[in-house]
Write a protein that binds this ligand. Structure first.
Ligand code: AR6
Length: 179
């Protein structure tokens, strides 16, 4: 498929991801799945404490979630069906670009395994974890394109839902360069 056709499956918007009516929203989580701040806290506040409980059960079963990996829980009171919790890198820990790519790719792959059609991402790692916002935009969009280009998938729609003007600006700018 041509990149321009793939870009039609990608949407850049400003907003609160907890309101997104997609099959799955992605949470920018930490390895302990302790959803104590940022978008993670917003997701638990809006969706219910059951999201934290289910996350705790996962940690009990499999231990910490390594950076670049993703797990899935139900979404309870959120309008979406599932929450995919992915662990992006903390800026400064090394190999951050590669790890962020992996975190996004594995989220898409999990959505694909669940046969989902739509998924929304926040700007993973670019808040509390300190990853530069412009590089985050490029890596997230490039990874979505790479995935949609190479995997025959149920995923028809990838939304990047950005909370603030600055982050939205970087995503919009990079997306426009590609079309
Ligand atoms: N909708 C969309 N984006 C949001 C929302 C929202 N409701 N709220 C914040 N953002 P962050 P990280 C944006 O810090 O850098 C947590 O404590 C925010 O403006 O949530 O990966 C976790 O438990 C920023 O652009 O995630 C981890 O410990 C983006 O989401 C740690 O923070 C990501 O910011 C993860 O840090």
């Amino acid at each position: 498929m041509h990149v321009k056709e793939i870009l039609q499956k990608i949407t850049i918007k400003k907003g609160d991801i907890t309101k997104e009516q997609v099959d799955a929203i992605v949470n920018a989580a930490n390895s302990h799945l302790r959803h104590g701040g940022g978008v993670a806290l917003a997701i638990v506040k809006a969706g219910g404490v059951e999201i934290q409980r289910e996350s705790d059960e996962i940690i009990k079963k499999i231990g910490m979630v390594p950076t670049g990996h993703a797990v899935i829980t139900n979404a309870y009171r959120l309008p979406c069906k599932f929450v995919i919790h992915t662990v992006g890198p903390v800026y400064g820990e090394g190999n951050e670009d590669e790890k962020l790519h992996k975190a996004i790719y594995n989220s898409l792959y999990l959505a694909h395994l669940y046969n989902l059609k739509s998924i929304a991402f926040p700007a993973v790692s670019s808040g509390i974890f300190g990853f530069p916002k412009d590089r985050c935009a490029k890596i997230l969009i490039d990874t979505a394109i790479e995935f949609l280009e190479n995997i025959q998938t149920s995923i028809e729609k990838v939304v990047f839902c950005l909370f603030d003007d600055e982050t939205y600006g970087y995503f919009e700018e990079y997306y426009r360069k590609l079309i």
